[in-house]
Write a new protein. Structure first.
Lengths: 316, 94
């Protein structure tokens, strides 16, 4: 029989529980559960969605701070069951706090920036309206050149990109320089309601359309290039990450982009459409959408990819 | 994979945790219905959230009623809205 101490030079540690921050390859005996435990490397495949704090006002197709994080996100406006909302809320990783309302109620528009320096644009019904948030108030800014419903966006408050639109399946792309929008190159496949992530000069626009398509296009600051399709066509979903490391989530779809292909990962705990989100590929937040457990779009979920995964050692 | 069914109100943070998501199947559905993997971890979660146990038939009926309401609301919308939003689809609980 192989003796652990013989091959490792020390005995297996006995702990009443699991160590708080175990290392990859560490092994120990959990005297509480009476099980031998060890760790393996984490990674995207080990990521899961857990529940976050509920929103104060449930809504769908919220305009997100696409450049926000899992612990600092903005949810601007969004759809209510029979109308659009002007509510705005900030997430701190634990709970949502209502802030001053946006000036023009809307849903299904684009968003960029952070939770305290947000830019929202377009949306129902359709509109050209653009607003910025300075951490306290929303201010009207220069309009988009073309009205758009369900455009998507990403970037910062002063360097954003607005992509596509669902009205007449727009292929238009506009860039924002902090004071005005400029029409630039067109999508190869006209559509709205896709999932957008990245920066004004390096973005990814995945899926979208009515009906849904799986097409994905990459933006280099001057033109769109088709890259590998999503495994499942998806629209009205949330996105996080960058042009090189992206994440797309909606209903029973949760796919990660590694720069060349998409991989299906663990799904949301509450499958929803019209969901929004932001963050990174390894730490994202998803909020709103319908139909949720109460069809109110209150639910929030947090996507986290662990560095290490604790496993119980078995004989099988 | 066998599942259990319950209703429970999602209170938000830590209603379901990352560890719980790795230990059993969990899916929230309309009507506060939760589909829970049938193992000891799933049982512990149902107890944690004070879930009210339902049979699959009972749970499906709750979901069906919620979806029917959402579909009726969609049917009453304008053609413009319908062109840009999908009609809520029926859900068959696993």
């Amino acid at each position: 029989m192989t003796v652990y101490k013989t091959i490792k030079g020390f005995t297996v540690q006995t702990i009443a529980g699991d160590p708080p921050t175990p290392n990859i390859g560490q092994i120990w005996y959990n005297s509480t559960s009476n099980t031998l435990k060890g760790t393996t490397a984490g990674g995207a495949a080990a990521g899961t969605w857990s529940s976050g704090g509920n929103m104060n006002t449930g809504r769908t197709s919220i305009l997100p701070s696409q450049g926000g994080t899992q612990t600092a996100a903005m949810a601007g406006a969004g759809g209510l069951p029979v109308s659009d909302s002007n509510s705005a809320e900030q997430y701190n990783g634990t709970s949502w706090t209502a802030v001053n309302n946006v000036n023009n109620a809307r849903s299904a528009g684009g968003g960029a920036g952070t939770s305290t320096a947000t830019l929202i644009f377009g949306g129902n019904s359709p509109t050209v309206d653009t607003e910025s948030f300075d951490g306290t108030n929303w201010t009207e800014l220069a309009n988009l050149n073309t009205s758009k419903e369900s455009p998507r966006g990403t970037g910062t408050q002063t360097a954003a990109i607005c992509v596509g639109g669902a009205n007449s399946n727009s292929n238009r792309t506009e860039t924002w320089n902090g004071s005005s929008w400029t029409e630039v190159a067109e999508l190869n496949t006209a559509r709205g309601a896709g999932q957008c992530m990245g920066l004004q000069t390096a973005a990814l626009f995945a899926g979208g359309g009515y009906p849904t398509v799986a097409v994905v296009e990459s933006w280099n600051g001057s033109s769109w290039t088709e890259v590998a399709d999503l495994n499942t066509g998806t629209n009205d979903g949330g996105a996080a990450g960058t042009q090189a490391l992206g994440l797309v989530f909606r209903l029973a779809t949760n796919e990660a982009w590694n720069g060349s292909s998409w991989t299906e990962l663990n799904n949301l705990g509450v499958p929803r459409q019209g969901i929004s989100g932001c963050g990174t590929q390894t730490a994202a937040v998803a909020f709103g959408g319908s139909p949720g457990p109460s069809a109110s779009g209150l639910a929030t979920e947090e996507w986290t990819v662990p560095d290490v995964v604790i496993k119980t050692v078995t004989t099988s | 994979m066998a599942n259990k069914y319950c209703t429970a109100n999602n209170w938000g943070k830590d209603f379901f945790t990352h560890e719980e998501r790795t230990n059993f199947y969990l899916s929230g559905q309309p009507g506060n219905v939760w589909v829970v993997g049938d193992n000891t971890h799933g049982d512990a979660w149902i107890a944690k959230v004070s879930g009210v146990s339902k049979t699959q038939v009972e749970a499906q009926a709750i979901v069906d009623a919620e979806i029917a309401t959402a579909q009726a609301a969609w049917d009453a919308e304008s053609d413009e809205h319908k062109a840009l939003h999908s009609r809520p689809t029926d859900i068959t609980l696993p």
